[in-house]
Ligand binder design. Structure first.
Ligand SMILES: [Zn+2]
Length: 401
C-alpha cells in the first residue's frame, strides 16, 4: 500500500493556519516590543560616559539592539510565515486589501532580519521598527474585520453531505471538486462501517489546497483538534485518496477511541510484525541460499552501479543473529581484501532477485514500518480495503473489536 504520501506529524503544525489564534499571539508579541520602546528614553537619559553601566541597563540595551532579529523569530513562532498566505486563500478580499496582505506575506517570507549594529543605531531605528509592526498589525486587523471568509455561507456547493461526514469547501472550489471529495468521503465511511468502525466517521472534512507542501499528500488528520483534511485536486487520484483518508481515520480511531490497554497492544503488535518481518526476511534469504545458482561464491562479480567499479566476492559470513554478509574485494586491486562488504539482502537486490516476504507476513507497507501508530493506521486502511493478510486481520481485530 502506498504510504509515502502521508504527511509526518511535525509537518502538520504549520500546514494549516488558525488565523484568529495567530492574530491573538501576534498582538501579544507586538505589545512586548512596544514596551521596549517606552524604555528607550529612560535608557538614553541615563547614559553618562563617566559612569559604568548597570547590568540591567546593559540587558535592556542588548534587548534593543537585537530587537529586529528577535521580533522576526517571534513572528515566525506565532505563525506569520503562513498566516498571510492563509488569509489570501481563505478570505474574499477587495483588491487593495489583497495587495496589502500580499505585501505582508512577502515581508514575512524573507529568510530573517538582522540585529541593529549597536545601541546607538538601535536608539534611532527602534521606533521605526515598532511603528512598522504596529501598522502591519492594524492593517491586518482592519482587513480581517471588513472581509468575509470564504466557504462559510451554506449555499449548495459550500458544504456537501457525504453520509456521516460534512465535506466543507474552504477555498472556493468547483462543484466537480466538491463532488469528487464527497464521493471519496462517502466511500471511506462505507468501508469503515462495513468493518464495524463507523464510529470514526463524523464531523467535517475540510477540502483544502493547503496540503500542497508535498504533492503526494492527499489527506491528513490533526489529532489535537480532531480535524480532517482532504486535498482539492483529487481527480485521477480518487483511489489513493480513499486509502489515505481511511488511514487518517485510523489515526482518529487511535487518538479518540483506543484506551491505554489497547494502545499498548498496538505497540506489541508492531513489535510482533517487526519480528515476523525480520524472520520472514531471514527465511526468504535462507531459501535463496539453498539455490546454488544464485548463492554468492568466491570469484563472483558484482558491479557497483554508482561508481561503476567491479567487485569480487571473497567469502560469506553470518553474524550471531543469522544476518549474512558478502565480503568483497575490488577486482583490479587484490590488496583491497576485507575492505568492503554488502548484506546478503543487498546482494540479492543488486542481482535483481526479489525476496519472497509473503510467507510469514511482514509490514503491510514500507510506511507501516515507521512506527506503531503508522503501522496501525496502515493496517486499518488495508483491512477496510480487504487487502490485509489474514494473520494480521486477527491481530488487528483483537485490538479494535
Ligand atoms: Zn499516518
Amino acid at each position: 500500500m502506498p504510504g509515502h504520501r502521508i504527511l509526518k506529524r511535525y509537518l502538520q503544525a504549520d500546514a494549516i493556519s488558525d488565523i484568529p489564534r495567530n492574530m491573538f499571539s501576534w498582538k501579544k508579541v507586538v505589545e512586548t516590543y512596544s514596551e521596549l520602546e517606552t524604555e528607550l528614553p529612560l535608557l538614553l537619559a541615563r547614559i553618562d560616559p563617566s559612569q559604568p553601566k548597570s547590568r540591567d541597563d546593559l540587558r535592556k540595551e542588548y534587548a534593543c539592539t537585537t530587537a529586529p532579529e528577535r521580533y522576526y523569530r517571534d513572528a515566525m513562532t506565532v505563525g506569520l510565515g503562513s498566516m498571510f498566505l492563509a488569509i489570501l486563500q481563505q478570505y474574499d478580499l477587495e483588491s487593495k486589501d489583497q495587495k496589502a496582505i500580499e505585501k505582508l506575506a512577502q515581508f514575512y517570507s524573507k529568510r530573517s532580519a538582522r540585529k541593529f549594529q549597536d545601541f546607538s543605531v538601535a536608539a534611532k531605528k527602534l521606533p521605526e521598527l515598532i511603528l512598522t509592526i504596529n501598522t502591519q498589525l492594524q492593517i491586518t486587523q482592519d482587513v480581517l474585520s471588513r472581509s468575509k471568509p470564504r466557504g462559510t455561507e451554506s449555499d449548495g456547493h459550500k458544504v456537501v453531505d457525504a453520509g456521516p461526514f460534512r465535506v466543507v469547501n474552504t477555498g472556493n472550489f468547483s462543484v466537480e471538486v466538491m463532488t469528487i471529495a464527497g464521493k471519496v468521503a462517502q466511500e471511506a465511511a462505507r468501508r469503515l462501517s462495513s468493518k464495524g468502525l463507523g464510529k470514526v466517521c463524523y464531523g467535517d472534512i475540510l477540502v483544502s489546497n493547503r496540503l500542497n507542501r508535498k504533492k503526494e499528500i492527499l489527506a491528513f488528520y490533526l489529532p489535537g483538534k480532531d480535524e480532517m483534511f482532504i486535498r482539492a485536486d483529487l481527480k485521477g487520484h480518487e483511489h489513493d485518496a480513499l486509502d489515505t483518508l481511511v488511514h487518517e481515520l485510523g489515526h482518529r480511531l487511535y487518538a479518540k477511541f483506543l484506551g491505554g490497554h489497547q494502545r499498548s497492544l498496538v505497540h506489541t503488535m508492531y513489535r510482533r510484525i517487526q519480528d515476523g518481518h525480520n524472520g520472514s526476511k531471514r527465511e526468504a534469504i535462507q531459501d535463496l541460499l539453498n539455490d546454488p545458482s544464485t548463492k554468492p561464491k568466491a570469484g563472483d562479480v558484482l558491479v557497483d552501479p554508482k561508481k561503476n567499479v567491479e567487485l569480487m566476492v571473497t567469502n560469506l559470513s553470518f553474524d550471531y543473529k543469522g544476518e549474512g554478509k558478502v565480503h568483497l574485494t575490488f577486482k583490479d586491486d587484490p590488496k583491497s581484501v576485507g575492505q568492503t562488504s554488502i548484506s546478503l539482502e543487498g546482494w540479492y537486490q543488486h542481482k535483481g532477485i526479489k525476496l519472497d516476504l509473503a510467507k510469514v507476513g511482514g509490514f503491510v507497507s514500507h510506511y507501516a514500518s515507521t512506527d506503531p501508530e503508522e503501522n496501525f493506521a496502515e493496517m486499518v486502511s488495508a483491512y477496510c480495503m480487504g487487502k490485509l493478510h489474514p494473520s494480521q486481520v486477527e491481530m488487528l481485530e483483537e485490538i479494535i473489536k
